[in-house]
Design a protein around this ligand. Sequence first.
Ligand code: SF4
Ligand code: SF4
Length: 188
Amino acid sequence: MITISKTKSGRGLKDAVEKITGANLSMCLQCKKCSSGCAVAKLTNSRPSEIMRQLHLGAGNELLESDIIWTCVSCETCSARCPMGIDVAAVMDALKKLALEKGASKQQGNVALFNKAFLKTVEVFGRTYEMAMIAAYKLGTGKFMNDTEKFPTMLMKGKISLFPSLRGDRKTVKRIFRKTAGRKESGQ
Ligand code: SF4
Ligand code: SF4
């Protein structure tokens, strides 16, 4: 349960999220189709439609404490189901970004670290490379032996590779990262 304390402007995070996503959050009609299809809604304290409502009502930084921001798996079901065409998954991403920027989030476990490790390997290798991601994550947590029991089986079944794939389009991916970094710096 989140208590909404309105900011002075009364618009809270809504403007920032709308600026990042380009979405008009006032279009939300609270049909809850996003929540009913959400892959993680049963695991979290708040649902996507509640986040949308809270944004609309002028919630401030306390919204960045919501566990769904870090539990969201970016499956985009919510965006696909929204009858108003609101990209709800992008709203979740925007809230992640704001939570990191404002240092206001009670992140769930090490999700932010995992996120960073994942993106870094995509940036460097042009696509996911699990071994590098696991190494970066383990270095970050310092828990080297946690969750290692399934590793040999995954390796044997080819679910994880020791070496990075050469199929990634590194040049294009790097260009995308450079472009988004430039946008971040200029505040777009
Ligand atoms: S993108 Fe996130 S919020 Fe949307 S349905 Fe998937 S898990 Fe839920
Ligand atoms: S599906 Fe769209 S309109 Fe319906 S509650 Fe979710 S965001 Fe609002």
